[in-house]
Design a protein around this ligand. Sequence first.
Ligand SMILES: Nc1ncnc2c1ncn2[C@@H]1O[C@H](COP(=O)(O)OP(=O)(O)OP(=O)(O)O)[C@@H](O)[C@H]1O
Length: 242
Amino acid sequence: MSKTIYITSGKGGTGKSTFAANIGLTLAYMGKRVILLDMNMGMRDLDLYLGVQNEAIFDVYDVIMRTCEPRDAIIHSTFVDKLAIIPAHQGGNWIDISRADIDELIEHLKGEYDIVIMDGAPGINRAVDLCHSSADEVIIVTTPDYSAIRDADAIEDRLIKNEIMNRHYVLNRVMPVSDDLGCGPSLVEIDLRFRSQLLGVIMEDENIRASCNIGIPIVAKRDTYIARNFDKIAERVIREIL
Ligand SMILES: Nc1ncnc2c1ncn2[C@@H]1O[C@H](COP(=O)(O)OP(=O)(O)OP(=O)(O)O)[C@@H](O)[C@H]1O
């Protein structure tokens, strides 16, 4: 059965799009048919991270506004044929979009893909409310900073209020030294605070930042510790979410 995952965060820049691109590609390498929807209207990055920015003609907003058919906006990844993406609009207006519009698009895509991954906007806003209600599962991406965790708490509160019970979180940009220096919360402290299940931990790594800049997701390099870590996270997605 096909599933929809919504990726969100409290604070901006925690690594949602980086995570979406890499987990999407990893799941596609594992044989799943995956489509990534960039729902961060006006702030699109996912097409850049997958190196398809020059192929984008139509986008999610065009599909929802019926300017084009979904197939016209779908871009196929060059890394593996089971991965596709619909980019976000550079402008667009969430006021024009209803929950029914998003549900209709997702239902259509679920007919052709095993997993629909929505890469969302940070913070609490109309976009988040509309998208997370249409998802089977929400993944919160946070960094191990007190500010990011406090903002992630606020997102969790909102999800709980809206009765979104299927929730995981990913801890991204972890630097081992911060524990030793006592200048950040420990992983145990963070896990105790979350009311969602831990899906995975990703280290701060310059190679991840560089891979975003060149449009080649880091997991495309299969023989790295980062690709092996994403394999483990993807196996957990398959076991606990799909
Ligand atoms: N584990 C990591 N190690 C190093 N750099 C990272 C890591 N994860 C993400 N980054 C970098 O952090 C920056 C922000 O990442 P990204 O765009 O994925 O965040 P985002 O949460 O989607 O942002 P926004 O809230 O604006 O949508 C990018 O430059 C990315 O390369």
